[in-house]
Design a protein around this ligand. Structure first.
Ligand SMILES: Nc1ncnc2c1ncn2[C@@H]1O[C@H](COP(=O)(O)OP(=O)(O)OP(=O)(O)O)[C@@H](O)[C@H]1O
Ligand SMILES: O=P(O)(O)OC[C@H]1O[C@H](OP(=O)(O)OP(=O)(O)O)[C@H](O)[C@@H]1O
Length: 234
């Protein structure tokens, strides 16, 4: 590691994940704060010498970790598993942070009274194709996770349509028949007259502190890692 190279920690740049991440580190004697103007994405770390705070979109943190451009990163389990095919070879879990809990689920319209399980979904999907000449559409941004889950559960007669936000609205907008999305309180599903299939979730997610296995860990950064491990354990 060159003398001027510093260890970088990536944290979500806004919202509940950022606030709670700051609180989590603060409880361990490490103070993170945004610096500059309100909308400026710059930050600082006190209490851990040689570390820079990088504020990033939560969904970009997995890629930055995998590329080794940041040494540590906080983001949701869901985003890491969706974005990185072989995440275990690229990242180490340093700590599960105990907030940002959300389940990735599959939901269908409440009005589909006969559809409660994945088997029911499979049956409806086959019938849908017969009736409509195209496959039942499931809107999601979690393509990899949903595809793997449905394959493992024997559901085949569907297509994924991409939705990067407001996914629960796609059914009302007639661009999908079902959705696969994150839920925590269930309010968004209820408000859109959707019900969760009666099966285990595709994934249970929470905010997690990861370490990049490909970042530069030579020189001073090895000491910083040891120091952070102590704080995390404490
Ligand atoms: N309602 C929720 N309750 C708890 N956690 C949630 C909820 N919605 C999303 N999350 C979690 O928050 C994390 C970030 O999601 P979000 O969609 O805000 O990120 P993002 O798409 O990177 O945001 P942006 O690109 O707008 O900066 C994910 O890990 C997700 O599981
Ligand atoms: O179960 P609930 O507590 O209602 O939360 C679920 C909602 O939260 C997330 O959306 P977010 O607010 O991040 O916006 P998005 O639709 O743009 O992803 C998620 O995509 C759901 O829409």
């Amino acid at each position: 590691m060159s003398l001027d190279q510093r260890v970088k920690i990536g944290v979500p740049s806004k919202g509940r994940l950022m606030e709670k991440t700051f609180d989590w580190f603060s409880a361990r004697g490490i103070t993170m704060r945004r610096t500059g103007a309100e909308r400026e994405y710059s930050g600082a770390v006190d209490g851990l010498e040689g570390v820079d705070l990088v504020l990033l979109s939560a969904s970009e943190i997995p890629r930055e970790l995998a590329a080794g451009r940041i040494h540590f990163g906080v983001t949701g389990t869901d985003l890491v598993r969706e974005k990185l095919a072989d995440w275990r070879a690229q990242l180490e879990v340093m700590a599960e942070l105990g907030f940002g809990h959300a389940d990735l689920i599959i939901a269908v319209p409440e009005a589909w009274v006969d559809v409660e399980t994945l088997d029911d979904l499979d049956a409806v999907a086959a019938a849908f194709r017969q009736d409509h000449g195209f496959r039942l559409r499931i809107a999601t941004k979690y393509h990899r996770l949903v595809r793997e889950f449905l394959r493992a559960n024997g559901v085949a007669d569907y297509q994924l349509v991409d939705s990067q936000g407001a996914t629960e609205g796609t059914i009302r907008n007639l661009t999908a028949e079902a959705v696969a999305d994150i839920t925590s309180t269930g309010e968004t599903l209820r408000a859109n007259h959707l019900k969760i299939l009666n099966t285990a979730p595709v994934l249970r997610s929470q905010a997690t502190l990861y370490r990049s296995l490909s970042a530069d860990w030579s020189g001073a950064s090895a000491d910083i890692l040891a120091h952070l491990r102590e704080r995390v354990a404490g």
